[in-house]
Design a binder for this molecule. Structure first.
Ligand SMILES: O=C(O)C1=C[C@@H](OP(=O)(O)O)[C@@H](O)[C@H](O)C1
Ligand SMILES: C=C(OP(=O)(O)O)C(=O)O
Length: 422
């Protein structure tokens, strides 16, 4: 069912007590799909996330020539030669815009890329420049953004390339994912301010190794992928731990308990940092038989934290900080200005609009306790801004979340799921 727009966020007046099963990880699903499409035989992606970002990835790989069967919960990818003359819709998915071009370079024709209006402002120029230096012809308008067209010849030379990945770890992941299929492999060096979201590169490296690809990541800021076979793999996708943020956040702010089923004891997902973050805010966090259980405190504490590795948690964490009883400072996240929207500006404006005392810094936010009141919370087509809005609305009367359906980027029927916890 399509939720009302704006959506009156459910108000949780009593401590919540819930056990939830969350949909699969976007980051794991889209990497599994890309690697399956360049593997030597069919792969299965079990418990794949079915959402806008992953459907766009499946469609992109299908447009290149792969057969992607998404009819069941377990998606089956049968690779085939990439023939080109294809069009790829990136929507607002960074993983599609960054991960598909390096494999599209292996096709024998032209592949054009475009996406949502805001996607034309998200950075991808470093990937395009790298592809040119690795031997792929790229036509763009020189701005380093969508739209652009790649002209493949069926093979890519590969070799050494230097990128500045300070704007997004996805620039590195993109090149590594394709590298084994390049004649010389790929040797990627980062030159610039520190790379954000490093756990996501570790995830890429781990999944390449699962496919039998040799990766050397022993030096800081350098990753080498050897040319060679990419074995087919049967992947089981973990629940999306970043999308657990609003649910565990609900436990934190209501003083109740939420258990997320099947939380992995070892993972490369950056969202695992929620265990530490919520602990610092005063929650009790523990593994139980069913998964990870978080119980909220009587008084939610503010947080002084560097989110550089896990910027995608910033919207939900900032919402919790706005409800905390002591001041917070979230640091190290200048790069999230290039996410689905400029998240620092959007959070300062929308939380501030409900009465929060927020100062926007070049690389973060300071948030001091202040009484909040209801009003319209804009989401800027950003699923995680919607998570922030519903969290505030859980604790404050009269919060209306604009376009809550934008959560479909990574979570099917988020609004229905959230309301069912009431
Ligand atoms: O590789 C990935 O799957 C992702 C990497 C991160 O991007 P940035 O490095 O651009 O922050 C993260 O924020 C995004 O949600 C998913
Ligand atoms: C930054 C995000 O997404 P994307 O993969 O589009 O970069 C996100 O999901 O928070």
């Amino acid at each position: 069912m399509t939720p009302d727009d704006p959506w009156p966020a459910p108000r949780f007046t009593a401590p919540v007590d819930a056990v939830v099963s969350l949909p699969g990880s976007k980051s794991l699903t889209n990497r599994a799909l890309v690697l399956a499409a360049i593997a030597d035989g069919p792969s299965v992606v079990r418990r794949a996330l079915r959402s806008r970002d992953t459907s766009l990835m499946a469609a992109a790989l299908g447009a290149l020539g792969s057969h992607v069967d998404t009819s069941g919960d377990d998606w089956v990818v049968t690779p085939a030669a990439f023939t080109g003359d294809a069009q790829v819709d990136c929507g607002l998915a960074g993983t599609v815009m960054r991960f598909v071009p390096p494999i599209a370079g292996l096709s024998t024709g032209a592949v054009s890329f475009d996406g949502d209006p805001h996607m034309r402002t998200r950075p991808v120029g470093e990937v395009l420049n790298a592809l040119v230096s690795l031997g792929i012809r790229v036509d763009d308008d020189g701005r380093g953004s969508l739209p652009f067209t790649l002209h493949g010849t069926g093979r890519v030379r590969g070799g050494t390339v230097v990128v500045d990945a300070s704007a997004s770890s996805q620039f590195i992941s993109a090149l590594l994912l394709a590298g084994a299929r390049y004649d010389l492999g790929v040797d990627v060096r980062h030159d610039g301010k520190p790379v954000p979201s490093l756990p996501h590169i570790d995830m890429t490296v781990a999944m390449l190794r699962d496919h039998g690809v040799a990766v050397d990541d022993s030096d800081a800021n350098r990753w080498s992928v050897a040319p060679g076979p990419v074995h087919p793999v049967d992947h089981v996708i973990e629940p999306d731990l970043s999308n657990a943020a609003p649910f565990l956040g609900l436990a934190a702010l209501s003083g109740g308990s939420v258990t997320v089923r099947d939380w992995p004891h070892a993972t490369t997902q950056a969202g695992d940092a929620l265990r530490e973050i919520l602990g610092l805010m005063g929650c009790e966090v523990s593994f139980v038989d069913e998964g990870l259980k978080v119980t909220g405190p009587e008084r939610l504490q503010g947080l002084d934290y560097d989110l550089h590795d896990v910027g995608e948690l910033a919207p939900a964490v900032a919402a919790l900080c706005a409800l905390a009883e002591t001041p917070s400072h979230l640091r190290g996240i200048a790069h999230i200005r290039g996410h689905e929207t400029d998240r620092l500006a959007a959070l300062a404006k929308e939380l501030g609009g409900l009465g929060a005392d927020v100062t926007e810094h070049p690389d973060g936010l300071s948030i001091r306790p202040a009484p909040l009141s209801g009003g319209l919370f804009h989401t800027y087509a950003d699923h995680r801004m919607a998570h922030a809005g519903v969290l505030v609305g859980a604790a404050v009367d009269g919060v209306l979340v604009e376009d809550v359906a934008t959560t479909g980027k990574t979570f099917p029927d988020f609004a229905g799921f959230w309301a069912s916890l009431l």
